[in-house]
Write a protein that binds this ligand. Structure first.
Ligand SMILES: Nc1ncnc2c1ncn2[C@@H]1O[C@H](COP(=O)(O)OP(=O)(O)OP(=O)(O)O)[C@@H](O)[C@H]1O
Length: 328
């Protein structure tokens, strides 16, 4: 559905996207995640044909994104939706239906169903009098007016209250169930973790990790085990809770071999391992670590463009030493 090869964008001298490679399969929810300035919006705009790449290529729905035919098959939600303040939601959606040559009755039914699912009331209210969340829902309905197979959403839930965020994210999840493909950006990792099939993590214009959330966890995250024993061992500390009058001691280890060793020694000491709890790194933990390991700003300013094309996932992404000091 989307193939991106060594896609780059430089604004003047500033490399906003330094060479992305990824593909999005039909029916996926694909997340592009990263902090402010990572290059997410620039990437999405290149896919939507709104920003011309400086280099590399993108194929979207089998088209070059610049081709008008592609845009008719796409639903794009910009980060800030430019809504016409004096129009009502209804007239605004009809206006876009006309632009896409969608008959009004079809458009009314289609967008009405979307707004029902998004719980938007007051459809005859001026857009200028609507809250941010309401406007976002209208913009989402607008993105579906032409019944596209592919949706590109820039930060769909950014700045919304928790309830509205849930409604919007749940809606995105449901789009997948209807065989739509969704590519969306977020800086809130929780949003991505809960609904994406696959993600790329971007930082300072480059992709620093990619895969399903479990794959990224396996590759970049640390799993630790809290092992509860009924007898004290060299590396255990007393645990707060007793269970049925039985003492609990706890050790934190990061390998199954260490868990086994604790088990053997607890049994040798007349006790046992009573419980093992696994703590998995959240995407947030992994992201913070990867971002720390990424180039410093000084390297980024002079060196984003020198980066090898393509992803820097996996072994390629060793912490790099800058000016003799690695980031700590
Ligand atoms: N039109 C432009 N001219 C010059 N620089 C730009 C332009 N658009 C974006 N940039 C710069 O490119 C970098 C990437 O911006 P981009 O908007 O793609 O990031 P982002 O990940 O979407 O960030 P945010 O979460 O803040 O929206 C930023 O440093 C930004 O200042």
């Amino acid at each position: 559905m989307i193939t991106v090869e060594n896609l780059r964008k430089t604004y003047g001298d500033f490399p906003a996207v330094v060479g992305s490679d990824f593909s999005v399969e039909s029916g996926e929810v694909f997340g592009i995640v990263g902090p402010n300035g990572a290059g997410k919006t620039t990437t999405l705009k290149m896919l939507a044909g709104l920003v011309e790449p400086t280099g590399g290529s993108a194929s979207v729905l089998g088209y070059d994104p610049e081709e008008p035919a592609m845009r008719r098959k796409l639903g794009f939600l910009p980060e800030e939706s430019p809504l016409y303040e004096d129009m009502t939601a209804r007239s605004y959606l009809r206006f876009f239906a006309d632009l896409y040559d969608v008959p009004r009755d079809v458009a009314d039914e289609r967008t009405g169903a979307v707004l029902d699912r998004l719980d938007l009331e007051y459809r005859d209210r001026r857009l200028g009098d609507m809250s941010k969340g309401m406007k976002r829902k209208v913009a989402i309905a607008r993105s579906l007016v032409n019944d596209p197979d592919l949706l590109i959403y820039d930060e769909p839930a950014s700045g919304l209250d928790p309830l509205t965020t849930n409604v919007v994210l749940e809606f995105v999840r449901e789009l997948r169930d209807e065989d739509k493909t969704v590519v969306f950006s977020a800086h809130n990792l929780f949003h991505v973790e809960s609904i994406c099939d696959r993600v790329v993590i971007m930082n300072r214009g480059e992709i620093i990790a990619r895969g399903t959330v479990p794959e990224i966890r396996a590759e970049h995250g640390e799993t630790t085990y809290r092992v509860f024993t009924t007898v004290p061992l060299a590396e255990t500390l007393p645990a707060d809770d007793e269970v049925d009058g039985e003492e609990r001691h706890v050790a934190v280890v990061d390998e199954m071999a260490a868990v086994e060793s604790l088990r053997e020694r607890a049994e040798a000491a007349g006790g046992r391992v009573a419980d093992i709890r696994t703590d998995e790194a959240s995407l947030e933990d992994i992201f913070l670590r990867l971002a720390r390991e990424a180039p410093t700003t000084s390297e980024a300013e002079g060196g984003r463009g020198e980066a090898a094309p393509g992803s820097r996932g996996g072994d390629e992404h060793e912490p790099r030493v800058v000016g003799g000091n690695s980031q700590s």
